[in-house]
Design a protein around this ligand. Structure first.
Ligand code: AMP
Length: 440
């Protein structure tokens, strides 16, 4: 029996990985313009981090985590419950607390790129191992972490990234889920409204109504939606400070030209969000159309035992970003750019001089594919052609003896002999004239 990749996981192969790298590279460039730096946290953490950070009543923690009891290996160790990270914000805030990052000047602006794990029902655009590119702005209130400027700046940064990646047809949905001070009255109103209707809702909603009524808005069951539509919205319960904060975020977005729509049903499936919550959806993706989501989490650091450290962040679903890009530009995605030169060692004893020549060309920044002396010349030409390479260098006994190489152009069929001393220069100038011709 052959072994296959586990359900909900997948291999990313070239040429698609080229696209993944382009997305990541572009994200790094954009984040750098906004002065963000990379953080890498472990892929697994203490289970308590997610239970306390993301929230026990969320779908992620109650149903989707990969958790195991990690046995002690020595008397001095204790067994520990560990979890593959289902998201990265809790890990970043843990690191912020653990390394006392508030002692560093200004705000902490951190980004991450990496796999996350959730035991969801796999389908197109939804995987059990998926990839997120995310960023967080966190710090002491005195560093400006609470300011609506931060919210608007993060959203504007995302729009720059979407534009650079030429992802079109997106909608930014925006809401304020209120701060800790607005929430109790709203929860009370929700509980009241759910009383009497919740028996007609799914079992998850019945549980949510008791543990955390806000989570009812995460429900995807179609029959429950008409009931959810009748529930009171958080927008009616924001206090003066929350409302002012939200207004200012919107005002800056208007000035910086970031289009948005208000969606007062949007609460996001994680408990830590306060005030601004947002999601970008994209038109070409069908059911799993949320390409990224995020929001403010002013109480998370304290919930994890840290100092007061308001923050805002987002996580991009990289799998979905790649799908959105691929949907718009099939032609750009399906090809890998060919190496520039194929080196064909011809006959016994030629592998070593060919390897030496390949090394010299690569040191000059030329991309080289190296053949094998057991190939006949015809096979070398065929191999180069299949790889889309038009320049073949033949390294045979005669060439080595006369200290020159035969350079064949497979497109024109022409072949010339070039002295070793001029060889590198010749290839380099050929390659740069190619590059400029392609750019023109
Ligand atoms: P969340 O961490 O739930 O706020 O999700 C942020 C983004 O991650 C979503 O908008 C999706 O694009 C992506 N995402 C979440 N779960 C999955 C998954 N199981 N498979 C693929 N992408 C996901």
């Amino acid at each position: 029996m052959t072994i296959k990749a586990v359900r909900g996981t997948r291999d990313l192969l070239p040429p698609e990985t080229e696209l993944w790298n382009r997305v990541e590279q572009t994200a790094r460039e954009v984040f750098s313009l906004y002065n963000f730096f990379e953080i890498r946290t472990p892929i697994f953490e203490d289970t308590q981090l997610f239970a306390r950070g993301v929230g026990e009543a969320t779908d992620i923690v109650s149903k989707e985590m990969y958790t195991w009891e990690d046995r002690a290996r020595a008397q001095s160790e204790k067994a520990q419950s560990l979890t593959l990270r289902p998201e990265n914000t809790a890990g970043v805030v843990r690191a912020y607390i653990e390394h006392k990052l508030w002692e560093r000047p200004g705000l902490q602006k951190l980004y991450y790129i990496g796999p996350q794990f959730r035991r969801e029902r796999p389908q197109k655009g939804r995987y059990r191992q998926f990839y997120q590119i995310g960023a967080e702005v966190i710090g002491a209130p005195s560093a400006g972490s609470e300011s609506p400027v931060r919210d608007a700046e993060v959203l504007e940064m995302l729009v720059m990234l979407l534009n650079r990646l030429e992802i079109k047809d997106w909608t930014l949905q925006l809401n304020s889920v209120g701060s800790q001070s607005s929430r109790p009255a709203y929860n009370e109103a929700l509980r009241k409204a759910l009383n009497g209707v919740v028996e007609r809702m799914c079992v998850d909603c019945q549980r949510r109504a008791v543990t955390n009524p806000l989570r009812v808005f995460d429900c995807k069951v179609p029959e429950d939606q008409p009931i959810i539509e009748t529930l009171p919205r958080i927008s009616g319960f924001l206090d003066e400070a929350d409302r002012k904060h939200f207004d200012e975020v919107q005002q800056i977005l208007r000035v910086t030209g970031v289009p948005f729509v208000i969606n007062d049903r949007l609460v996001r499936g994680l408990d830590y969000y306060t005030r601004t919550a947002f999601e970008f959806t994209q038109g070409s993706l069908g059911a799993q159309n949320a390409i990224l989501g995020g929001g403010r989490y002013d109480g998370l650091s304290e919930a994890l035992g840290g100092p007061r450290a308001p923050g805002i962040g987002f996580a991009i679903g990289e799998d979905r970003f790649v799908m959105a890009i691929a949907a718009g530009q099939e032609d750009k995605v399906s090809s890998i750019s060919a190496p520039q030169v194929y080196i064909a060692p011809l006959g016994e004893g030629m592998n070593a001089p060919a390897a030496k020549l390949a090394q010299e060309l690569r040191l000059q920044g030329i991309r080289v594919e190296l053949g094998d002396e057991s190939f006949r010349l015809k096979k070398s030409f065929e191999t180069a052609e299949k790889l889309g390479i038009s320049k073949v260098v033949i390294v045979g006994e005669n060439e080595v003896a006369s200290d020159q190489f035969a350079l064949k152009d497979l497109q024109s069929g022409e072949q010339e002999k070039v002295k070793r001393a001029q060889f590198i220069e010749k290839i380099s100038s050929l390659m740069s004239s190619y590059a400029s011709a392609r750019q023109a």
